[in-house]
Design a protein around this ligand. Structure first.
Ligand code: FES
Length: 177
């Protein structure tokens, strides 16, 4: 024979309902990531911004023949969040006399240090292991297995935009990551 409960029936019913509700809410929260992973192939791929050219200034901001380092800033979106104005990289841009531009990623193809401009020597230089690169990005010396990685530049009216890409380091072939 069970002992009489000290909790009145109405209060016990209320507590039971709360327990069921809380349990349901916890189960629903736990199911969100699982459902997301199951349904993710059905969703369009998250837009990371990789395919969106990044504005870096106007044509008049660049002097013909003088490389200028620009930060590449854009919003970044992944499956869970969106970050505004994130610096994703940098590039050395050079305006040519014919109005076109060349751009080189600042990421050293050896181990990823930032490549600087050595104005005295008139070439690009990596401070980490002394790789050097010609103004067109060709490898001159040092352990870098290839030249600097070129990026595509687009000129729309007066606006200069860079299509940013990242490449694997430490290999002679240029492979995008
Ligand atoms: S990271 Fe540039 S030379 Fe090693």
């Amino acid at each position: 024979m069970s002992e009489p409960s000290s909790v009145p029936p109405t209060r016990r019913g209320f507590l039971g309902a709360i327990t069921v509700l809380l349990g349901g809410a916890i189960a629903a929260l736990a199911a969100v990531p699982v459902l997301g992973s199951i349904l993710s192939p059905l969703r369009p791929a998250p837009r990371t911004g990789n395919d969106v050219p990044i504005p870096v200034g106007n044509v008049s901001d660049f002097t013909v023949g003088v490389p200028r380092r620009v930060e590449l800033v854009r919003s970044v979106t992944d499956a869970w969040s969106r970050s505004e104005a994130t610096t994703v990289g940098a590039a050395w841009l050079t305006r040519k006399a014919d109005g076109t531009f060349t751009a080189l990623s600042t990421i050293c193809p050896h181990l990823g240090c930032g490549v600087n401009m050595d104005k005295q020597r008139g070439h690009f230089a990596c401070p980490c292991h002394t790789s050097a690169f010609a103004m067109d990005g060709a490898r001159l010396e040092g352990p870098a297995p290839r030249g600097m990685d070129p990026l595509t530049v687009e000129v729309r009216g007066q606006a200069v935009l860079v299509h940013y890409r990242r490449f694997k380091q430490g290999i002679s072939e240029r492979e995008e990551v």
